[in-house]
Design a binder for this molecule. Structure first.
Ligand code: FES
Length: 114
């Protein structure tokens, strides 16, 4: 179901990503090339981080332990960096994050298919 969010595409003239909320879920929206991509903004590692705003191209980096995600697919493309001497029970978590289609309305807003 397509849901309109109150983000104008003009926002992407000055940045390449933004987080919005749909149905109480934080969704990272990234503009890469001419396309927009939506991905759940909660890191699969430890699950508590909704701050995947460090985006380079199509790669979003979690600020907590630097896990990297491909926003086009939700795949974790680089594991979290944890201290090797500390056992981390989440170190092997590699579930892809849910992704969402994003489109632009005629009046310049974004819609997300959730
Ligand atoms: S919480 Fe994101 S990498 Fe650890």
């Amino acid at each position: 179901m397509w849901r309109r969010v109150s983000i104008l595409v003009k926002v992407f003239e000055k940045r390449n990503s933004v987080i919005t909320w749909v149905d109480n879920k934080p969704i990272l929206v990234v503009k890469y090339g001419d396309n927009y991509y939506g991905m759940l903004a909660i890191c699969a590692h430890m699950g508590g981080c909704a701050l995947l705003t460090d985006v380079d191209g199509y790669v979003a980096t979690c600020p907590a332990h630097q896990a990297k995600y491909d926003v086009r697919t939700g795949e974790m493309i680089e594991k979290p960096q944890v201290r090797p001497d500390v056992k981390c029970e989440y170190a092997d978590v590699k579930a892809p994050l849910p992704t969402y289609k994003v489109r632009v309305t005629q009046d310049g807003f974004l819609e997300i298919d959730v």
